[in-house]
Design a protein around this ligand. Structure first.
Ligand code: AMO
Length: 377
């Protein structure tokens, strides 16, 4: 079959023939062809080897992403991702959360001005949503008791790190008639547990090798207060947020100590959450909030907590954050007309996939990643 020998790698071909048992063949069968037709001939040379063992630089791989995605080990990341997303949805649905979709073109941001992307919106400026924050709270005010959303979020992250993207998928949840932060943590750890078990079982059922990377998380996840974490770092009372290196260091200390790769950091100080105006300050100690992070081996996966549902205090928090309530009239309206205590979290899907797939760079967990430098393909 001379035509086959002349056909370059990666071409799409149609072969009609007979399948015969063979002791020599890797899969135990061979195809004896009668006809061989080239349907789409691959140009040579390939910009990126698909079956070669030699790895290409990340940039080259992303420049030629469709070819890169043909590699089974690259595709496996997306099979894992899909199984995890399926698991997250199943876990929240079984807890009676309603799936919602909120606008991504906004007049106001919620997570601070520095990471907002602006868009020309006819004769005005609009912003790409950094988070569904304001809308998920408004939906609680609208009478939905439990909502969730899995949708794109946009952050103008100028820094080049292996844990930040400019476009990521945020898994957000909001719970009405909330008792306290502990109720949220218990929900979140249960959901993470169930989603991973769901993904593992589903991938195992189809014999996917990546299933073996997934182990059942041990519940409950340890809770470590911000103050305790500061002591572990040897900087007690510094009262500023943890940097990337400090986050990693906390993981290096508490993961072996507590025997669990997952853990919560709780009671973030108000000073750290000043711009997070919607985070509820503790009634017993207003210098602390009830806010928490969920981390996996030194990487923040999620942050959340109870919200301030009392209008006067919310307005005071906005004033302290330098925000003008007039810019947030739509958000504030339900707070005037009966708002239950509520709270929720935002969870970065790529960060979970990054950790569970064991890839060093978060960009590898998106089909077509976006960062400061990349808008193509
Ligand atoms: P926060 O800003 O901490 O909280 O974001 C929540 C989670 O989203 C993920 N994340 C990112 N992932 C990749 N690239 C980025 N640039 C990026 N930025 C954030 C992280 C992070 O833990 N409104 C609040 C949530 C809430 O209170 O409900 C918020 O957005 O995994």
């Amino acid at each position: 079959m001379a035509a086959a020998a002349d056909t370059p790698r990666e071409s799409v071909v149609e072969v009609v023939g007979t399948v015969k048992k063979s002791a020599k063949a890797q899969r135990g069968v061979e195809l004896w062809p009668d006809t061989f037709t080239v349907i789409s001939r691959a140009e040579q040379p390939l910009p990126l080897g698909v079956v070669d063992k030699v790895g290409a630089e990340l940039d080259t791989r992303f420049d030629h992403r469709p070819l890169d995605l043909r590699k089974p080990e690259v595709r496996a990341i997306f099979e894992l991702r899909a199984a995890l997303l399926d698991g997250l949805r199943a876990a929240v649905r079984s807890r009676e959360f309603l799936e919602v979709e909120t606008p991504k073109l906004l007049r106001q941001g919620a997570e601070g001005g520095s990471t907002l992307f602006s868009v020309n919106y006819f004769d005005r400026t609009a912003f790409l949503a950094q988070s569904p924050q304001l809308y998920k709270q408004m939906l609680i005010g609208a009478g939905f008791e439990r909502v969730f959303e899995i949708a794109p979020a946009f952050r103008a992250e100028p820094s080049d790190t292996v844990r930040h993207l400019t476009e990521f998928t945020s898994f957000d949840a909001e719970v009405g008639y909330l008792a306290d932060g502990e109720e949220l943590r218990a929900l979140l750890e249960g959901i993470v547990h169930d989603a991973i078990v769901h993904a593992r079982d589903r991938l195992r059922a189809v014999g996917h090798p990546i299933a073996e990377r997934l182990t059942e998380p041990k519940l409950p996840f340890p809770r470590i207060t911000f103050t305790e974490a500061e002591q572990l770092l040897g900087r007690p009372g510094a009262g500023r947020d943890f940097g990337t290196e400090e986050e990693k260091r906390i993981g290096e200390i508490v993961v072996p100590r507590d025997g669990n790769p997952f853990y919560f950091l709780t009671e973030f100080p108000t000073a750290v959450k000043q711009s997070t105006f919607y985070a509820r300050r503790m009634d017993s100690d207003p210098s602390r909030t009830e806010y928490f992070d969920l981390a996996l081996e030194g990487l923040e996966l999620a942050s959340g907590g109870p919200r301030e549902h009392r209008l006067e205090r919310l307005l005071a928090n906005m004033a302290a954050a330098g925000l003008d309530p007039a810019d947030f009239a739509g958000y504030l309206e339900p707070f005037h007309f009966g708002m239950p205590p509520h709270g929720g979290w935002g969870f970065g899907v790529e960060r979970l996939v990054q950790k569970l797939a064991g890839v060093p760079n978060i960009r590898e967990t998106r089909l077509f990643p976006r960062d400061r430098w990349r808008l193509d393909p």
